[in-house]
Write a protein that binds this ligand. Structure first.
Ligand code: NAD
Length: 256
């Protein structure tokens, strides 16, 4: 894709087998230097090793997106190593049983789960942009992608904190698109549909997947690589005139 070679990307929430992991591999294959950032240090290290073993450039950094000091350290390490930041893919989420799994409805969810979910999915993305935007503006351009979810439009009766935090990204994205736009910094929202990550494949049954597929216009459900290609496109010069937009990548699901 145009304009990616030798540029620098941060993937915030990248581990083998997940959406961020596939994006990191794809961006490295396009010639970008990739900062593989995740809460899980071992996972970030393994992914960076995989990129390097196929000839790409990668820097693993362990960080906590809910901690502004940790985010600042991530950006400092990135600029100390690669001297610029061209692409930022905010993709972290805590989908563990104690967070997403305990995120029930508005009458029942604990305030701790509500706050933690907003901390990761919304405040964390805010920290990432807060410490990257000025660098991109100084450079004269960049591309930021915030990961939302098609579930925001479904109004599910559970996952109130997840849906609310992801909805907040609409405002953060449009604000940042306006602030950075005149300086060549584009900010967009990417909403995956049902994506069969390694974790999703092991947590679901074939029967469940067949049932979900009935509501999708495409012949199969999505894979992390389907999202990775769109990330590469939005970072590339082929997408230079796309700013402040929301892209639903769900195979044409008819439940949203
Ligand atoms: N998989 C899907 O079907 C799907 C659908 C819609 C939206 N999404 C969104 O796509 C994104 C990626 O989803 P995924 O399925 O790959 O999830 P995932 O759980 O596999 O990946 C999320 C990553 O974020 C990291 N993370 C969690 N807490 C963190 C913290 N405090 N600091 C830094 N990193 C942290 C995790 O370690 C993990 O590697 C998420 O934002 C999710 O909401 C996924």
């Amino acid at each position: 894709m145009k304009g990616l070679n030798d540029k620098v990307a941060i993937v915030a929430g990248a581990a083998p087998g997940n959406i961020g992991g596939a994006a990191a591999l794809r961006l490295a294959a396009e010639g970008m230097k990739v900062v593989v950032a995740d809460y899980n240090q071992a996972a970030a290290g393994a992914l960076a090793d995989e990129i390097r073993s196929s000839g790409g450039a990668a820097l693993p950094v362990a960080f906590d997106i809910t901690d502004e000091g940790s985010v600042k350290h991530l950006i400092d390490v990135t600029t100390a190593t690669y001297h610029r930041v061209d692409g930022l893919f905010n993709v972290a989420a805590d989908l563990s049983p104690r967070a997403f799994g305990s995120d029930t409805d508005v009458t029942d969810v604990s305030v701790d789960v509500w706050r933690h979910t907003l901390d990761v999915n919304l405040t964390g993305y805010f920290y990432m942009i807060r410490h990257t935007l000025a660098i991109m503006i100084r450079q004269g351009g960049g591309s930021i992608i915030n990961t939302m979810s098609s579930s925001v439009w479904m109004g599910e009766t559970n996952h109130v904190a997840y849906q609310s935090s992801k909805s907040g990204l609409i405002g953060l994205t449009r604000h940042t698109a306006s602030l950075g736009g005149k300086h060549g910094v584009r900010t967009n929202l990417l909403s995956p549909g049902v994506i069969l990550t390694k974790a999703a494949l092991s947590a679901t049954t074939e029967e469940w997947r067949a049932e979900i597929l009935k509501g999708v216009r495409s012949p199969r459900l999505g894979f992390p690589e389907d999202i990775a290609g769109v990330v590469a496109f939005l970072f590339s010069d082929d997408a230079l005139y796309i700013n402040g937009q929301s892209l639903l990548v769900d195979g044409g699901a008819n439940f949203t």
